[in-house]
Design a protein around this ligand. Structure first.
Ligand code: ZN
Length: 263
């Protein structure tokens, strides 16, 4: 399952290669054909990522909303390709660039009213610009008034958009916070720090295309195989204390953490 940094990278590709042009939209596989006609040959204005959702806005007030889900994948080309490989749900292209979408859990055309409703429901996204710290304040408020475990809150897309299993585990390890702590038991400083660290880590993720969380690798240009502190390191020695990293299941997702130093 992609986390928000990869959706932001997709938005960047669309903005760089297709924005402000008339683009073709169709559905080689057929399942999106009727809706594709609503935006085909219209001017594509911009792409926006909010959490794990991508919105492609067109000049007729309509947007394509895409959520990759578990199986969805993008493939990009430097020119229009005639060949269709596999089940291509949607194809977005000009003569110079093309993006094929396969297997998304959502690919639909919605109007601006529906976009607004969705935006309201989604929690703040640490990859979006936040000059007035409004998003930070929304996150802090939602966490601090909740009795749910912080391990659940970080995965709740109405509290925080775009963070998934890897960043959830790593953010809590870096902050030395147990995933079982209730949101309302954390200090404001701890919650602000979680937000700011998610902004910093996802910025690196967008730049590198991989989820690096080990401090010494954040500014290095090399890509290491072992780039996380606890994710998928169950049974191994903690990199910070003498404890052992454990694997638990929390709300049916795997949760990695160190009971030795996360309190
Ligand atoms: Zn530890």
């Amino acid at each position: 399952m992609p986390e928000g940094h990869s959706v932001q990278r997709t938005a960047n590709w669309f903005n760089k290669n297709l924005a402000k042009q008339k683009i073709k939209v169709d559905s080689p596989q057929g399942r999106f054909s009727a809706e594709a006609k609503l935006v085909n040959n219209r001017t594509f204005l911009k792409a926006r990522a909010i959490g794990k959702q991508l919105f492609l806005d067109f000049d007729n007030g309509l947007s394509v909303r895409i959520h990759l889900g578990i199986y969805g994948k993008w493939r990009y080309y430097g020119k229009a390709e005639k060949d269709v490989v596999g089940q291509v749900r949607a194809r977005f292209y000009t003569s110079k660039a093309m993006a094929d979408l396969r297997g998304p859990s959502v690919c639909e055309v919605i109007d601006s009213q529906q976009v607004k409703l969705l935006e309201k429901k989604l929690g703040p996204d640490p990859t979006n610009p936040d000059p007035k710290k409004i998003n930070q304040a929304r996150f802090v408020e939602r966490v601090m008034k909740s009795k749910s475990a912080i391990g659940l809150l970080l995965m709740n897309q109405s509290v925080l958009s775009g963070v998934g299993n890897v960043y959830r585990a790593e953010l809590l390890f870096r902050a030395k916070i147990s995933p079982h702590r209730a949101g309302d038991s954390l200090t404001q400083k701890q919650v602000v720090n979680l937000w700011q660290d998610s902004v910093a880590l996802m910025k690196v993720g967008i730049a590198k295309g991989v989820m690096v969380t080990r401090q010494e690798q954040l500014s290095s240009s090399k890509i290491h195989d072992e780039r996380n502190y606890v994710y998928k390191r169950e049974g191994l020695k903690c990199l910070r204390c003498k404890g052992t990293v454990v694997l638990e299941v929390m709300a049916s997702r795997k949760l990695y953490w160190c009971p030795g130093c996360q309190k």
